[in-house]
Design a protein around this ligand. Structure first.
Ligand code: HEM
Length: 213
């Protein structure tokens, strides 16, 4: 995972509306390819990324898809209701693929674009594989998710940085030295590089957990 994404600063820098995939297009497999190929993602990555629907729910009052409530969502957690793709919709595993394949539980959601993963011969190879092999799904999902997240993003430093090695810290320090902005408390010597503390950037600004210290 690469850190250092730079936020946009104004609404006009957002991509145009209406480019997200449609859940019920006339030709679901073709539509998925049209949307994801444009971003340089292939069939394997489309199927792996669709596995994100292992988590979460769909709500008819938001997207128009799904039931208002099922036995899996009536008690929350969070605001009750909606229809999930999987029974344990807060647990990330390969149950999405197993459930679509079996289609035995009417309480679980299958969007037309989800069903396409087992209907289309090329998608099906990966969907079958992920239903059988959770580790293969985890590996391919992680790679595809990182690729999707990094698409079109700007990083500072440009190559981004990792928390697992010192390279990123070095790149950040070099940039601060090369591009000093005088401040009153450093007497014009430029800002001192600040150590990266992930919790500072989380929106709730919680304290670091023990595992992060
Ligand atoms: C393949 C094409 C996709 C289609 C057609 C699609 C469609 C949808 C729809 C209709 C919902 C329900 C929204 C609502 O009613 O609130 C939804 C939810 C969701 N989608 Fe997708 N999606 C797609 C791909 C993805 C990808 C690539 C990801 C992430 C990598 C993703 C992650 C999620 C998650 C986590 C939810 C649940 C949100 C919640 O619980 O509030 N989806 N999607």
């Amino acid at each position: 995972m690469k850190y250092g994404r730079v936020d946009i600063t104004a609404p006009e820098q957002c991509p145009p509306e209406g480019r997200l995939p449609d859940a019920g297009p006339r030709l679901p497999a073709e539509h998925l390819r049209e949307v994801f190929y444009r971003m340089g993602l292939d069939d394997k990555e489309i199927v792996a990324l669709s596995g994100a629907h292992t988590l979460g729910r769909s709500r008819p009052d938001r997207s128009g898809w799904g039931k208002p409530e099922t036995k899996y969502t009536k008690d929350g957690p969070g605001e009750p209701g909606g229809q999930s793709w999987t029974a344990e919709w807060l647990k990330f595993d390969n149950s999405y693929f197993k459930d679509i394949k079996e289609q035995r539980d009417q309480e679980l959601l299958v969007l037309p674009t989800d069903a396409a993963l087992f209907d289309d011969p090329s998608f099906k190879v990966y969907a079958e594989k992920y239903a059988e092999d959770q580790e293969a799904f985890f590996k391919d999902y992680a790679e595809a998710h990182a690729k999707l997240s990094n698409l079109g993003a700007k990083f500072d430093p440009p190559e981004g940085f990792s928390l697992d090695d010192d390279k990123g810290a070095v790149a950040t320090e070099e940039k601060a030295v090369a591009d000093p902005a005088p401040t009153s408390d450093t007497n014009g010597a430029g800002p001192q590089p600040e150590p990266f503390v992930a919790a500072k950037y989380s929106y709730k600004k919680r304290e670091l957990s023990d595992t992060m210290k």
